[in-house]
Ligand binder design. Structure first.
Ligand SMILES: Nc1ncnc2c1ncn2[C@@H]1O[C@H](COP(=O)(O)OP(=O)(O)O)[C@@H](O)[C@H]1O
Ligand SMILES: CC(C)(COP(=O)(O)O)[C@@H](O)C(=O)NCCC(=O)O
Ligand SMILES: [K+]
Length: 279
């Protein structure tokens, strides 16, 4: 079995992948701030022959995890942000400072769709761009839905946005504090993603496919106007592309990769942008 680990600021996600059949056998998540302990929802390491890790947690968390894994797993691969990989040139001035989850998402997106806009809606919402030739432009970082809500301290932190709510409903004026907060932050997040996407496509003169991942991807996606695909395993896709271990991976296949819809035409994106600037 292969253990893939995506350690974010909030949750450490894992999945077990069968090295022969390439099937995903199980998956789970534990709070990043809590240590892995027996009894928690963690995978059985006895069956694991290789681990691949993307981590944006404190260096100490990664070190502890790697040393724990090394005790029972022969192969441990830790992803890093590099100046160039798989045909993509990292746009950061200091490439290693780009969050490795963003880098994994960009590499997976490029492998699947070519030039693209990769959005990760987790503790932070990140929006990254890579052009069809492989030039990563850098991106945008804003607080995620949960962080925005916690920063308000209005006693609403424990009332999450219902991920099944319709976008239309979430865009209405709230008539209680919790609703006003949820609708406010939702509008902030989706407006930012929509505007950023249009601005960059307009500036670069190219309509890019859009991919979304992260704990809040589904609900944010419902407010995204442009054609897009949600890909929960996008960070894992980057790990598969950087450290291919199975036959399917060596052939460039990434588990759970969605069908990516063609983007709207550039003229339509530009018209939408011009319209939003009139308001
Ligand atoms: N069951 C859940 N537990 C915790 N957070 C959740 C859950 N469902 C959705 N979320 C949202 O997803 C975010 C965490 O998403 P994730 O992509 O795992 O973040 P990170 O990679 O930063 O750890 C939270 O900030 C929260 O807004
Ligand atoms: C921006 C992030 C905090 C997002 O992390 P996440 O929300 O997925 O936990 C992470 O990618 C990070 O720590 N990046 C380093 C700074 C940068 O990318 O510029
Ligand atoms: K994120």
């Amino acid at each position: 079995m292969i253990l893939d680990l995506d350690i974010g600021n909030t949750l450490s996600k894992w999945r077990l992948k069968d090295a022969d059949s390439s099937e995903i056998r199980s998956r789970g998540a534990v709070w990043t701030r809590e240590q892995w302990k027996p009894g928690a929802d963690i995978p059985d390491l006895d069956v694991v022959e290789a681990v691949r890790i993307s981590s944006v947690a404190r260096a100490a968390v990664l070190e502890q995890t790697v040393s724990l894994l090394h005790r029972s797993v022969p192969q441990v691969h830790v992803a890093r942000s590099t100046p160039e990989a798989l045909g993509v040139v990292n746009g950061y001035v200091e490439p290693h400072r780009l969050g490795v989850d963003r880098w994994m998402g960009v590499l997976a997106g490029y492998q699947l769709a070519g030039g693209c806009c990769a959005v990760d809606c987790g503790s932070a919402i990140t929006v990254d761009f890579v052009l069809p030739g492989g030039r990563h432009l850098g991106g945008y970082i804003l607080p995620g839905l949960r962080l925005m809500k916690e920063s308000l301290k209005l006693g609403t932190r424990n009332v999450a946005i219902d991920p099944d709510s319709e976008a239309e409903e979430l865009l209405l004026p709230g008539t209680r504090t919790v609703e006003a907060v949820n609708h406010g932050i939702y509008l902030a997040a989706v407006s930012a993603v929509n505007r950023i996407y249009s601005e960059v496509c307009d500036r670069e003169g190219v309509a890019l496919p859009m991919l979304l991942t992260g704990g809040d991807a589904r609900v944010v996606a419902r407010g995204v106007q442009s054609p897009h695909a949600v890909w929960p395993d996008m960070v894992y896709g980057g790990l598969e592309a950087c450290f291919p271990l199975t036959a399917a991976e060596r052939n460039g296949r990434m588990s759970g990769a969605p069908r990516v819809p063609a983007p709207a035409g550039l003229e339509k994106i530009r018209a939408g942008l011009a319209f939003s600037m009139l308001l």
